[in-house]
Design a protein around this ligand. Structure first.
Ligand code: C2E
Ligand code: CA
Ligand code: CA
Ligand code: CA
Length: 278
């Protein structure tokens, strides 16, 4: 096998190098992009099912590359995670969301809740709680209006140490949501130990509602479970009135998706709110 490996060496190494090189280029460009303030946040409204009004927004990062244009997160978040750049990037996202909460507080948009995605790598750092506390303090954001979205996979098999960290975040006044719920393979028994306020049903379960029997079963079960545990539920990827009706009938508290709006730049979101609320 060794000999064969050596024979193959010259054939597959150059390609590996090209890939690694491209990745390094992207990583360097992203590092420069962060320094040069090329990141921006878009905001996707979340609609409160009971009132039919906007209750908050999810902040979603984009990269405004000078040559490539608007780069979606799927193309650079994985690189950011592999390189560790997600840590400064994520901190920028959190601070920018806090600044936006302050800007909107006294505007027509009002005191809405902003949800911020937190990568597992950020959350697992020992200085994470301090980083969040400083962001709140420096920006003057209202902690009650900041929600951290932590993925189910980041919280799999949480030990007392990680639960303590979640408790410390709650003590700052902000709330926690479990993102991409249902996509991990975590045991449900751990849920009641987590100090979370909301479950976020992943788009993959909403996509084929209400006709897909399995997705309908998973969604209904999630909503019942949440109700039993006293948790709110927000569904993402809601594109049709039929999906909305299915979810709301079964107790879903908030809805997010193209049915209402795509993620929008801050100014466009302000216009959207003005039109939606009248
Ligand atoms: P996510 O957290 O699951 O975010 C929801 C994604 O679904 C967003 O994609 C949003 O634009 C999209 N979406 C929302 N409603 C609909 C709909 O009705 N139909 C369809 N087809 N799509 C919908 P986006 O903005 O491209 O973000 C992709 C992922 O990138 C996010 O998935 C999240 O995992 C990651 N991401 C985005 N911003 C950040 C960030 O600031 N930090 C970290 N760590 N990850 C981020
Ligand atoms: Ca999310
Ligand atoms: Ca998701
Ligand atoms: Ca299916």
């Amino acid at each position: 096998a060794k000999a064969a490996g050596r024979n193959n060496y010259q054939f597959f190494v150059p390609e590996m190098n090209t890939r690694a090189f491209e990745r390094l280029m992207l990583e360097n460009a992203l590092r420069r992009g962060i320094e040069r303030n090329e990141l921006i946040l878009h905001y996707q409204p979340q609609i409160d099912a009971a009132s039919g009004r906007i209750s908050g927004c999810e902040a979603l990062v984009r990269w405004e590359h000078p040559d490539l244009g608007l780069v979606p997160p799927a193309q650079f978040i994985p690189v950011a995670e592999d390189s560790g750049l997600i840590v400064p990037l994520g901190e920028w996202v959190l601070r920018e969301a806090c600044r936006q909460q302050v800007r909107w507080r006294d505007s027509a948009v009002g005191n809405i809740q902003l949800a911020v995605n937190i990568s597992a790598l950020q959350f697992r750092r020992n200085d994470f709680v301090d980083t969040v506390a400083r962001a709140l303090e420096d920006t003057g954001a209202d902690a009650r209006c900041i929600e951290l979205e932590i993925t189910e996979s980041a919280l799999m098999q949480p030990d007392d140490h990680l639960i303590g960290r979640l408790d410390a975040l709650c003590a700052l006044g902000l709330t926690l949501a479990l993102d991409d719920f249902g996509t991990g393979y975590s045991s449900l028994s751990y849920l009641k130990r987590l100090p979370i306020s909301r479950l976020k049903i992943d788009r993959s379960f909403v996509k084929d509602l209400p006709s897909d029997a399995e997705d309908a079963a998973v969604t209904s079960a999630t909503l019942s479970l949440a109700q039993a545990l006293g948790l709110d539920v927000v569904a993402e990827g809601v594109e049709t009135p039929a999906q909305r009706d299915y979810l709301v009938t079964r107790g879903c508290n908030a809805l997010q998706g193209f049915l209402y709006s795509r993620p929008l730049a801050a100014e466009a979101l302000e216009v959207w709110v003005g039109e939606f609320e009248t």
